[in-house]
Ligand binder design. Structure first.
Ligand SMILES: [Ca+2]
Ligand SMILES: [Ca+2]
Ligand SMILES: [Ca+2]
Length: 182
């Protein structure tokens, strides 16, 4: 079962995925998200990056639908979204099967200079892509930089991504990964 705190975080994620704000997540939302990221990262629509990014999102969306779309209408409601996460966040192995591959797919695209780390400029674009105020990016970046070396290592990013989904600690920096929790 998801705790109330997890539900809060996953609901926030739902609102990110529901890019057009019509309270369901559908294929059109994925297109909006990809176009938005393409703009921020200066990708051409249809180039390798935007294609890989789009396919990562569509793959993830289909996976969520597979585990959640109770009424088979190709749309995911908040209740279905929460149910999908209830089923994919059972333990580390369901997380690794369903959730982690999404990060595996998008990390290399966010890592513009391909050094396997996120610099502030890369993180800022990601943070903006999640439709967060760009002026908060540096503060969140500093919070997430556990060892204070000025970059987010792959390990740091993966740890925060994991903690975002599982942690019950409201003080964890990872909670801010996708933006401030409302
Ligand atoms: Ca929508
Ligand atoms: Ca980098
Ligand atoms: Ca670091």
């Amino acid at each position: 079962m998801l705790t109330e705190f997890q539900k809060k975080k996953i609901s926030q994620l739902f609102h990110f995925f529901d890019a057009d704000g019509n309270n369901t997540v559908e294929a059109e939302d994925m297109d909006i998200i990809v176009e938005n990221f393409a703009k921020i990262f200066n990708w051409e629509m249809g180039d390798e990056n935007s294609k890989n990014f789009g396919s990562a999102f569509k793959k993830y969306w289909r996976k969520l639908m597979m585990v959640s779309d109770i009424n088979n209408d190709d749309k995911i409601s908040l209740a279905e979204f929460l149910q999908a996460y209830e089923r994919t966040l059972v333990n580390d192995s369901t997380y690794e099967q369903f959730v982690k591959p999404f990060l595996d797919n998008i990390f290399p695209l966010i890592d513009i200079n391909k050094d396997d780390k996120l610099q502030l400029n890369e993180f800022t674009k990601l943070y903006q892509g999640f439709r967060n105020p760009v002026e908060n990016a540096q503060m969140v970046f500093n919070l997430l930089d556990n060892n204070g070396d000025g970059v987010l290592s792959r390990e740091e990013v993966y740890q925060h991504f994991y903690d975002f989904h599982f942690s019950q600690d409201a003080a964890k920096p990872a909670n801010a990964f996708f933006g401030a929790i409302k």
